[in-house]
Design a protein. Structure first.
Length: 453
C-alpha cells in the first residue's frame, strides 16, 4: 500500500512538472508575437504608413487604392478593418481543422511564420509604397489572428479551471514584458539613428522588420514544448467548407450554447474598443496632439511596463472578487480614461503619459481575464473552433472600431471626435457582460464551475 501511494505521489509530481513546463512553453508565444502588436501595430506602423500614404496622396490629401478615394489619414484604420475581414474567412477553417485533426501545432507554425515573414518584409516599405504597406499589414494581422486562436485554444488543455486566470495573466505579462524590452531597443535605435548612420525612415523600417525576426525566433519554444492531444469528438461537430460556410456553421453550433454566445457578444463589443485604442492611439498622439515619435514610443513603453503589473494585479483581484466583476471594473476605468483623452492639450506629452498610465493599468488584465473566462465557456473538443470566433476581436483585429474611428475622422476631420467615439464600445460592452450569468454558462457548456468566477 505504501509503495502504491509513493508511486502515485511520484506520478502526480511528474505530471505537475510536465504541466508547468508546458505552461511555460505556452507563455513564450505571447513573448514571441506581442512584439508585433507593440512595436509594429501600436507604435511605428500607424504613423509611418500614414506618412507614406500622405506622400502618395493627391493635392486634396486622398489616395486611391483600387480607384476608391480615401483620406490618407484614414488609410491605416481602414486597412486594419480589412485585415479582420480576411481573418474572419480563414480562422474558422483553421479552428475546425485543428479540432478535428488534433494537430494544432502545424497550423500554429504555419500561421505564425506567415505573419513573421510579412512583418520582416516591412523593411521594404518606403517612399510612397502605401499599397505594399497595406498588403503586408493585412497578411500579418490575419496571420496573427489565426495563430492566436490556435494558441489560446491550448489554455483549457494545459491548465485546470482553478489555474486558468493565473496562467492566462502570466501569458499576457510575458507578452508585455517582451514588448517593453524590444521597445527600449527600438527607442535607442530611433532616437540615435544619426549616430548609427541611419535615416529616420531606415531606423523605423529596421524596427518593423526586427519584430518579425523576433516573432519567428521565439515561436520555436512553444512549438517544442506544447504537445498535441487526441481530438475529442464534440456533439454537433461541424464540417469544414468555405470560409463563410464554416463561420456560419460555427455560429450555428454556438447557438446551442446561447450564454457562451452572449459572453462572446459582450467581449466582441468591449474588446473592439480596447483593440482600436491600441492600434489608433499613436495616430491620435502624432496627428492630433502633435507629439513626436520619441514621445509616442515612451508612452507606449510606459503602457507595456504597467501592463505587466496590471495583468498580474488583476489576476489577484480575480481570485478575490471573480473574473467577471474584475473585468466589469476595468471597463469602467476604460470609459473614464478614454473620455478624458478627448480633452488632452496639444503638444503636452505629460498628459499623454498620464493617459498611458490609465490604459496600462487595465489593459493586460482586461485581456487576460477575458481569455480565461471564455475558456470555461467552451465545450470540450471545440476549443480551436470557438477560440477562432473569440479571436475575431482580439490583438488589434477588430474591424468595427477602426471603421468607426476612420469614419469619424473622415466625416469630421477631427481625431478628438474619433477617439471619444470609442467610449460607446466600453459602455455597451459593460451592459452586455453584466447581464451574462457566467456560472450557468459554464454549466451549460458541460464544464466544472470554479469556486470563484
Amino acid at each position: 500500500m505504501g509503495t502504491d501511494t509513493a508511486h502515485e505521489t511520484a506520478t502526480g509530481a511528474t505530471a505537475l512538472a510536465d504541466r508547468k513546463r508546458e505552461q511555460r512553453g505556452w507563455y513564450f508565444y505571447d513573448w514571441a508575437c506581442s512584439v508585433y502588436s507593440t512595436s509594429v501595430l501600436t507604435v511605428f506602423l500607424g504613423p509611418y504608413l500614414t506618412s507614406v500614404a500622405k506622400a502618395a496622396a493627391d493635392a486634396d490629401g486622398y489616395v486611391h487604392p483600387l480607384g476608391i478615394p480615401v483620406r490618407a489619414g484614414s488609410f491605416f484604420a481602414y486597412t486594419v478593418s480589412l485585415s479582420v475581414i480576411v481573418a474572419i474567412f480563414v480562422m474558422p477553417l483553421a479552428g475546425a481543422a485543428a479540432d478535428r485533426s488534433g494537430r494544432k501545432k502545424p497550423l500554429l507554425a504555419l500561421s505564425a511564420y506567415i505573419g513573421a515573414t510579412a512583418t520582416t518584409a516591412m523593411f521594404f516599405l518606403g517612399g510612397d509604397r502605401y499599397l505594399l504597406g497595406g498588403l503586408l499589414l493585412v497578411v500579418a494581422n490575419a496571420a496573427l489572428a489565426v495563430s492566436m486562436a490556435l494558441y489560446n485554444s491550448f489554455l483549457p488543455q494545459i491548465a485546470p479551471p482553478e489555474e486558468r486566470d493565473a496562467v492566462s495573466s502570466r501569458g499576457w505579462a510575458f507578452g508585455y514584458a517582451a514588448g517593453s524590452l524590444v521597445l527600449v531597443v527600438n527607442l535607442v535605435l530611433y532616437l540615435a539613428h544619426d549616430s548609427f548612420g541611419l535615416t529616420e525612415s531606415t531606423a523605423v523600417r529596421i524596427c518593423l522588420a526586427s519584430a518579425g525576426l523576433w516573432w519567428g525566433a521565439f515561436t520555436l519554444i512553444p512549438l517544442r514544448r506544447l504537445r498535441e492531444r487526441r481530438s475529442i469528438p464534440a456533439q454537433g461537430g461541424t464540417r469544414t467548407g468555405t470560409g463563410l460556410r464554416q463561420l456560419l456553421a460555427t455560429l450555428k453550433d454556438m447557438r446551442r450554447h446561447p450564454l457562451t454566445l452572449s459572453f462572446l457578444l459582450a467581449y466582441l463589443v468591449y474588446n473592439d474598443g480596447v483593440q482600436t485604442v491600441i492600434s489608433q492611439a499613436s495616430v491620435y498622439g502624432s496627428e492630433e496632439l502633435r507629439l513626436d515619435q520619441s514621445s509616442l514610443i515612451t508612452a507606449v513603453l510606459l503602457v507595456q511596463v504597467l501592463a505587466v503589473a496590471g495583468a498580474l494585479g488583476m489576476g489577484r483581484l480575480a481570485r478575490a472578487y471573480g473574473a467577471k466583476r474584475t473585468i466589469l471594473g476595468s471597463l469602467v476605468a476604460w470609459t473614464v480614461t478614454i473620455g478624458a483623452g478627448y480633452f488632452l492639450p496639444k503638444g503636452s506629452p505629460g498628459w499623454f503619459y498620464a493617459l498611458a498610465v490609465g490604459i496600462g493599468l487595465v489593459l493586460g488584465g482586461t485581456q487576460a481575464l477575458s481569455r480565461s473566462l471564455f475558456s470555461h465557456l467552451v465545450p470540450a473538443g471545440k476549443e480551436a473552433e470557438y477560440f477562432s470566433a473569440y479571436e475575431m476581436s482580439d490583438r488589434g483585429m477588430s474591424w468595427v472600431g477602426p471603421l468607426v474611428f476612420g469614419l469619424a475622422f473622415q466625416l469630421t476631420g477631427s481625431y478628438r471626435d474619433a477617439i471619444v467615439s470609442l467610449v460607446a464600445f466600453f459602455v455597451i460592452g459593460f451592459v452586455l457582460l453584466a447581464r451574462v450569468p457566467v456560472r450557468q454558462a459554464i454549466r451549460d457548456a458541460g464544464n466544472p464551475v470554479p469556486t470563484r468566477i
